[in-house]
Design a protein around this ligand. Structure first.
Ligand code: ADP
Ligand code: MG
Length: 749
């Protein structure tokens, strides 16, 4: 029977197996099964006699089970075969003694208690994996297993087992890799010689890629290492092509939207502002400015990402863009992620503009405009004024949180939206904005201080143009960071507080950052607590107790004594808005020496006199977040110091991450390290919860060349055939990708 890839699995496999595939892996068609690629391959060693095994070998052994026992890791009591089901969710170890008749070997399995009932004494099985030494016993840890049923040994089985590589599939107890392997083989054998290939022939030839049929054969049943590499290369390219085609189409749509062109106006607010600037723009700021002005002058909406290290001066760039739009009679909105930041931006802009922002006020400059502030917590009267100013056009610039996107908020002529420190500014938000400006879509500038590696920008932000500020303004003193292992060296922590005292003595100010607020009744959720889940660490062979992260309240209490003679205050997101505001203003004014805060201060807060930051339980934060946080100090001419306090012991993996943060201030390098330690799905912002991502083999970090090549091809295809009329197979795959949730990350950009 010949088949194509849309056919149902149940036509080829037993009804029961087909049902299991549907239930366990959501695989129902031939195509879906064939796209379930092996996770890795087991290079089949010769069957090795037990007495020839050596530690470190990849070996396959054939033996008979002599004894099997299982127990939960937290108890000494053995699990009985009839109570296995109770232990499915617990951490267990199953030990199997295997014999080849003369010698014994131990196999240890973690969290697979059901093996107790499968690998019963007398069972014959193959075991494969790496040989290791546990205490004095040679051991296979979590080996692959395959029970040898005498009647199972048909000719086909023997052939299958004789292959040089065994594919190992993402599998579960209900659907073991051997079953998947067998099913794939059945399906592959029945497959047409030619399959409709989403990659056009010409591209296959140019890029020297395997065709679909051959690649499927080689990815599942390779004969050589090269087969595996060639097949994977082809599928990676295909994944990249689908993704880049979606992005190219989206760019085409954006390019077709209308926007009011806002060319630069001579002698307006912008020129006036530039003349008064107390410093010179960095080269980068000037260049990016020109890029933006060029975009703004076009009749299509700008859609640009501005990335730049913390302190690289993005605000000035944004403000100049906004002024240029105001000079054109349009309005600009600045969206901040939090209220604290919105308020601060409002202040900063007002201060920077001086009398240029005093429209209608005594002493206001000639072309002066007005800066509005619109946040969720304004009182009714202020809110009404702010909304009126936006709707009438009196406010040239409106600063706010996402409250700005609400339906009720109207603008007279919204020309530019600047989104600060926010990765995700979705298609939805863009739509909400367009709705505010009639047929014309406003220009959009997204700013971020978290540097994004090029390939990620090309995928996640594939339809944004990217500008990067690489220099910091001159005169910045570099910031020095150190890890303080508080458990190992308690006196270092004491020294840290002494250091804080010295800094205050010199007239500087200090942030102490904690991962949690701590005013909740009992470990309740914490809106700012984006810290990594309390990871358990192997430390000197001992498990460290994962305790809740330290809180602002706990630290405030402890420091109340240690720093009793200093002016110490707390700041976190659950304080009433006016209190938050008051603390921030007093800190900015130098009336507070030490502020103990959550990550509310993470972004944007700008107090040049703050020299030192102590981050408590630093291991509970992500790498990029730590980098972002410490960007709050060393912003003026005062040298910055950042102390990363942790209970971890040097040598553990998470401690290594802190070391990395301490040893470099290169945000791009840190961002790369950060992303590498995450799973691909997270990189793309897809929820972890078992959702399938359309990227199975492609890595947006490693496969830069492939992504670049695919982007080229996608652009070429879409530029002449936007609807993919001449590429029906590719069109089908693209549509399927868009319909599934798997490309949700693309929607969020
Ligand atoms: P970020 O990119 O982190 O948002 P900001 O825009 O807040 O950085 O700028 C940080 C500080 O640097 C601000 O106090 C700002 O006034 C100052 N600054 C910006 N550009 C320059 C420049 N070209 N020369 C000197 N100082 C600058
Ligand atoms: Mg900023």
């Amino acid at each position: 029977m010949r088949t194509d890839t849309d056919r149902k699995l149940r036509d080829f496999l037993g009804a029961k197996t087909a049902k299991t595939f549907a239930e366990v892996l959501e695989i129902e068609t031939v195509g879906e099964l064939l796209r379930h690629y092996p996770r890795r391959y087991l290079k089949k060693g010769e069957l090795t006699p037990f007495d020839e095994l050596e530690v470190g070998d990849q070996a396959t052994v054939n033996g008979r089970v002599k004894k099997v026992t299982a127990r939960a890791l937290d108890s000494k009591i053995e699990i009985r075969p009839d109570e296995v089901h109770k232990f499915r969710k617990r951490r267990t170890i199953t030990k199997v003694v295997v014999t080849d008749g003369r010698n014994d070997l131990e196999a240890a399995f973690f969290n697979q208690p059901w093996l107790l009932t499968k690998l019963t004494p007398g069972t014959s099985a193959l075991f494969w994996g790496e040989v290791s030494m546990f205490r004095t016993t040679m051991q296979l840890k979590n080996p692959g297993t395959e029970i040898l049923d005498e009647e199972d040994l048909t000719e086909a089985e023997i052939e299958r087992r004789a292959r040089p590589f065994r594919p190992l599939y993402p599998a579960t107890a209900k659907l073991p890799t051997a079953t998947i392997e067998r099913s794939v083989k059945i399906v592959l054998d029945s497959l047409d010689e030619r399959l409709d290939d989403p990659i056009p022939d010409l591209v296959l030839r140019n890029e020297k890629l395997l065709g679909l049929r051959e690649a499927l054969q080689k990815v599942h049943l390779p004969d050589t290492e090269k087969d595996i590499a060639d097949a994977q290369q082809r599928f990676r390219f295909e994944e990249a092509l689908v993704m880049q085609t979606i992005l190219a189409q989206r760019r085409a749509v954006t390019d077709a939207l209308n926007a009011v062109p806002r060319p630069r106006v001579e002698g307006g607010l912008l020129d006036e502002f530039d003349q008064r600037l107390p410093f010179e723009l960095t080269e980068g700021q000037a260049e990016v400015g020109e890029e933006i002005f060029a975009d703004l002058a076009r009749p299509h909406p700008m859609h640009r990402l501005l990335q730049g290290e913390v302190g690289s001066g993005k605000t000035v760039v944004a403000l100049r863009a906004m002024l240029s739009v105001v000079d054109n009679g349009g309005q600009a909105a600045l969206l901040a992620p939090t209220e604290v930041l919105a308020v601060q931006h409002h202040k900063t802009l007002t201060k920077m503009l001086g009398d240029l922002a005093e429209q209608g006020m005594l002493g206001g400059a000639e072309h002066a405009t007005k800066i509005g502030l619109l946040t969720g917590s304004l009182n009714a009267a202020n809110r009404r004024t702010a909304m009126l100013d936006a709707a009438s056009g009196a406010a040239g610039i409106v600063v706010g949180t996402h409250a700005l996107l609400e339906d009720k908020v109207q603008f007279a002529d919204l020309g530019l939206v600047v989104v600060d420190e926010q990765h995700r500014f979705g298609v939805e938000q863009r739509a909400a904005l367009s709705a505010k400006s009639g047929d014309n879509t406003p220009h959009v500038l997204v700013m971020t201080a978290t540097p994004i590696p090029r390939t990620v920008a090309m995928t996640v932000f594939g339809d944004l143009a990217v500008s990067t500020l690489t220099q910091l303004p001159a005169g910045r003193s570099p910031i020095q960071s150190s890890v303080v292992p508080a458990k190992e060296k308690p006196d270092w922590l004491q020294r840290a507080w002494t250091r804080v005292r010295e800094e205050v003595g010199k007239g500087h100010q200090v942030y102490v950052v904690c991962p949690r607020i701590g005013d909740e009744v009992k470990n309740a959720g914490d809106e700012e607590g984006e810290f990594a889940a309390g990871e358990e660490e192997e430390a000197g062979g001992k498990k460290q107790q994962a305790r809740p992260p330290i809180s602002v309240m706990q630290v405030a209490e402890a420091l109340g004594e240690i720093l009793h003679d200093l002016r110490v205050e707390i700041l976190h997101g659950r304080l009433p808005a006016d209190e938050k505001d008051a603390v921030m203003s007093r800190f900015a004014a130098g009336d507070i020496d030490v502020v103990i805060a959550t990550t509310v201060i993470e972004v944007g807060v700008d107090v040049p006199n703050a020299s030192t930051m102590v981050i408590m339980d630093a291991d509970r934060f992500g790498i990029s977040q730590l980098h972002q946080l410490r960007g709050r100090v060393g912003r003026g001419t005062v040298p910055g110091l950042c102390l990363l306090v942790t209970d971890l012991w040097p040598g553990s993996r998470s401690y290594g991450r802190l070391d990395a943060v301490a040893s470099t201030t290169d945000g791009f390098e840190l961002s790369r390290i950060d992303l590498e330690t995450r799973r691909e799905g997270d990189v793309l912002g897809v929820a972890q919860s078992g959702r399938r991502t359309s990227l199975k083999l492609l890595s947006v970090l490693r496969d830069e060349d492939i992504i670049l090549a695919a982007r080229h091809v996608a652009n070429a295809i879409v530029s002449i055939d936007a609807e993919l009329t001449d590429h029906p197979v590719l069109r089908g795959v693209v549509r399927a990708a868009l319909e599934s949730e798997t490309t949700e990350y693309l929607e969020k950009t």
